[in-house]
Design a protein around this ligand. Structure first.
Ligand SMILES: CC(=O)N[C@@H]1[C@@H](O)[C@H](O)[C@@H](COP(=O)(O)O)O[C@@H]1O
Length: 447
């Protein structure tokens, strides 16, 4: 839902960007090459890096280090050979999208090159929510895409069950034409009343089998993850049912004790929804759900690194607790990339001041106005987290949490690294401030 302020800000440029992104994503995947970049992905840092993309997939990568600077002869001319190979393949295969002599080569001029960011928990941006129908989804997606979030799971807020089912069907219907949409996340309605945060208490439910089946039917395979308070009467049973259906259950919005959380993870939950927020904290005689997630190497830990939801020392603690398992999420709501003002989260009124969203009714924090671009830049530049770990938390870790780090039916080629065989989701960033300058999603240039 739009606020008055959001409606007056840049409505025209929003509309133009949304249309542009829709058009670009409808085109066939492209072929191109990038050279002279400082590649940072979960494998490490590599200077003078290049990659070659054919029909949307990275087919070769390397570093152009000349012999005098310590490279081998092979390193010096591997790029030219890889480009030549793609050019000759494209000229002999007429269905390819690239003309043989026309493989664009982008000189990154030393810019940072990372995989596209993957946000597995967000609700909206640019004045709209992922619950606001197809138009709302493409608008909010554009708000994240221009900031480098090339792929996103669309989080749906707690609503009456029929509304949630309708919203799931909308997500499902968009997926064939939108490679950037990874599916849906249900945050609710199976949350603990006392940990509801910004969710409508009237709509919270116990996850009895009939409701589980109803949601699975409506999702038609698009449901990727669901947040569940495991201490609800049917909480553990629902975790088993969703896991058996291929959905990743997430522990969150709960008051679970340590044993109940541990049981949830043993029965198939694999994610902790925004650790620290909307759950009981750690106490030396009441350890609660956090140690159960931290000690279990199977669990991915979501973290909202906006400097408001979780204070910086706790963000650093999470990386120490769970290296390679901390995934930045935004939990972004409609006000993201918009002015302060009045917005909606589901049916609830939200006031945004200085970028902080709170329910009008009781002041509860109501999602963030964060984009992953900012989560990564503040991790590196303000918290001193090493760049490889910060990039990993926004790329490979969230991709792996949902099985997208391998070839799969949703993204086809894997995502999360800039490696041969991976989808060409690529960002070029300004090394001074880590702002996103260029974005490719699934081999299509967005900006
Ligand atoms: C969409 C959503 O559910 N967002 C939650 C919100 O419900 C919760 O109130 C807040 C703070 O939780 P805390 O006060 O327990 O830290 O975190 C997230 O913003």
């Amino acid at each position: 839902m739009e606020s008055k302020e959001a409606a007056t800000k840049d409505t025209e440029s929003f509309t133009t960007a949304v249309a542009h992104i829709g058009e670009v994503l409808a085109r066939p995947a492209g072929s191109f090459a990038i050279r002279n970049a400082r590649r940072i992905d979960a494998r490490g840092v590599q200077d003078h890096c290049w990659l070659v993309v054919r029909d949307g997939v990275i087919v070769a990568e390397g570093a152009e280090i000349d012999v005098e600077a310590g490279g081998t002869d092979d390193m010096a001319d591997a790029f030219a050979k890889a480009v030549e190979r793609v050019r000759s393949q494209t000229s002999s295969q007429s269905q390819s999208t690239a003309a043989p002599d026309d493989l664009p080569i982008i000189d990154a001029r030393g810019a940072i090159m990372t995989p596209g960011y993957v946000d597995i928990h967000a609700h909206g941006a640019w004045g709209t929510s992922f619950d606001d129908g197809a138009d709302g989804i493409v608008t909010a997606r554009a708000g994240h895409m221009v900031h480098g979030t090339t792929r996103q799971v669309l989080s749906l807020i707690t609503n009456p069950i029929d509304t949630i089912c309708e919203n799931l069907r909308t997500v499902r219907s968009l997926m064939p034409s939108r490679p950037d949409i990874l599916g849906a996340h249900l945050e609710g309605p199976f949350l603990a009343l006392e940990r509801k945060g910004a969710h409508d208490p009237e709509c919270l439910r116990d996850p009895v089998p009939e409701l589980v089946d109803q949601l699975l039917d409506a999702s038609d395979g698009c449901l990727r993850q669901i947040t569940i308070a495991p201490e609800l009467p049917h909480g553990i049973d629902a975790i088993k049912r969703f896991a058996a259906a291929g959905v990743k259950p997430a522990v969150g919005h709960c008051s679970a004790d340590y044993q109940t959380a541990k049981r949830a993870f043993n029965e198939g939950a694999t994610i902790m929804t925004h650790m620290f927020n909307a759950m009981n904290g750690m106490h030396h005689r009441k350890p609660g759900p956090i140690p159960a997630a931290v000690e279990d190497p199977r669990i991915t830990i979501e973290l909202i690194n906006d400097g408001f939801h979780v204070q910086d020392p706790m963000v650093a603690l999470s990386f120490g607790f769970a290296p390679h398992r901390t995934a930045f999420v935004t939990d972004a709501m409609a006000a993201t990339d918009c002015p302060d003002g009045h917005y909606l989260l589901g049916a609830l009124d939200v006031n945004v001041e200085h970028g902080h969203a709170r329910l009008v009714s009781n002041g509860a924090i109501a999602g963030s106005t964060l984009v992953l671009e900012r989560a990564v830049s503040r991790a590196v530049l303000e918290l001193g987290i090493d760049p490889v770990s910060a990039v990993e938390a926004a790329t490979l870790t969230p991709a792996r949490a949902l099985g997208f780090d391998h070839a799969n039916p949703v993204t086809g080629a894997p995502i999360g690294l800039l490696a041969t065989g991976y989808a060409a989701d690529v960002l070029l960033l300004n090394p001074a401030d880590w702002q996103v300058d260029s974005v490719w999603c699934a081999g299509r240039r967005i900006r």
